[in-house]
Ligand binder design. Structure first.
Ligand code: HEM
Length: 358
């Protein structure tokens, strides 16, 4: 009886000692770099913030506090250095040995598997070589039409939601635009996120998954797949993951079938229109080591494009709009240049999209 009681009391201490010892060396090195004071077990996780916006603010506050230079922080037992010194960044970005990605990328694995972003070594090398033609200028030009159509819808939506004095979350709006563009260009399906927003199950799933991954990165326990299973939001995340996997796999399966039966080549205007399918088509007609890609490999690359292609561009578009709003003179110049350009294109009869070339 006493033994069980002692064991019960000693277990947390043993776990604590195990983690402390396993990071002791790392701590000695990292703690030479200045950074916020830490608590045992939590590190700085309790201070960092509970939303992406709050986290970003805290990271900037620390940057100011620590002389606008590099600083270290601990999220649980995960040590991080925020490298902000341009000279140090130059060394890291030019290095051919400092190329291992942060453990944060592991959070993407359940969703993206080993796609280009998360794979390494020979798998990455072979897949990278195989995918490069998908970025050929001629292929990218095919997507102008989709981008223009969705941008027009986006502007209409912005006019509607910003009517009067209403305040909108521009980045949130942009997310639906980029999601529509990437779904259409990477997989050839229209999900109409701009208009239908979170009412479409998969649109909400994309949003929830990206938010979840961001927040897990700053949680002291949720970085571990094992401990995350005990978290209250774990079941919802499993459901979200399944929605994304089913959505992508279903489209891949239909497309494989369309290729097999030849429908993809014969019809231009069905839901798998040839010109919209360059990325998935490239994958389906590619080989690695002399064999076609299997469904899991195709899933991994398509999902990676879906993630990489909408998360990054959302930030890019939102930040560009923010800068234009802060610098009205530059805004007028770019507006005039764009107007002149489209006027000149109309005058010389140049097409605005590939469709009009056909
Ligand atoms: C403003 C837009 C974008 C920015 C700032 C951006 C930035 C980046 C960065 C920094 C990486 C390297 C990440 C790493 O290795 O850890 C990367 C990789 C990647 N990006 Fe983008 N990206 C953008 C748009 C896109 C789009 C539109 C797509 C797809 C349609 C895409 C697909 C990829 C893929 C597949 C990788 C992995 C490449 C590899 O490791 O070989 N990105 N991107």
């Amino acid at each position: 009886m006493w033994f069980i009681l002692y064991a019960f009391l000693a277990l947390p201490l043993l776990v604590f000692a195990y983690f402390e010892l396993s990071v002791a060396k790392k701590k000695r090195v990292l703690n030479k770099i200045k950074g916020p004071p830490t608590l045992p077990i939590l590190g700085n996780a309790h201070q960092v913030g509970k939303s992406p916006a709050a986290i970003l603010n805290t990271l900037f506050d620390w940057w100011y506090e620590y002389d606008k230079d590099n600083y270290r922080m601990w999220i649980g037992y995960n040590g991080n250095i925020c490298v902000t010194n341009p000279k140090h960044l130059e060394v890291i970005l030019n290095s051919i040995t400092l190329i291992k990605k942060s453990g944060i990328y592991d959070l993407l694995n359940p969703w993206l598997g080993e796609g280009l972003l998360t794979s390494t070594g020979s798998k990455w090398h072979k897949h990278r070589k195989m995918i490069t033609p998908a970025f050929h200028f001629n292929i990218l030009q095919d997507f102008h039409q989709v981008m223009n159509e969705n941008s027009t819808k986006f502007i209409k939506r912005l006019k509607k939601v910003s009517a009067g004095d209403s305040i909108i979350d521009f980045q949130d709006e942009t997310h639906y635009l980029t999601l529509d563009v990437i779904c259409d260009t990477a997989m050839g399906v229209t999900i109409n996120a701009i208009e239908q927003r979170d009412t479409v199950e998969v649109v909400k799933a994309f949003k929830d998954m990206c938010y979840n991954i961001n927040m897990r990165a700053f949680h002291p326990f949720k970085r571990s797949e094992l401990l995350y299973r005990l978290a209250p939001d774990y079941p919802a995340n499993v459901k979200t993951l399944k929605i994304l996997q089913d959505f992508t796999n279903e489209i891949i399966e239909k497309r494989i079938e369309a290729h097999r039966t030849g429908i993809a080549k014969k019809t231009e205007d069905n839901e798998f229109s040839r010109k919209k399918m360059a990325f998935l088509d490239t994958l389906l007609s590619s080989t690695i080591d002399g064999r076609p890609l299997n469904q899991q490999e195709i899933y991994e690359e398509v999902s990676t494009f879906m993630f990489e292609g909408h998360d990054t561009t959302t930030s890019g578009v939102a930040y560009a709009a923010y800068l234009l709003s802060r610098f009205p003179e530059e805004q007028s110049v770019s507006f005039l240049r764009n107007s002149e350009l489209s006027w000149a294109m109309r005058c010389i009869g140049m097409p605005h999209s590939r469709k009009s070339q056909r």
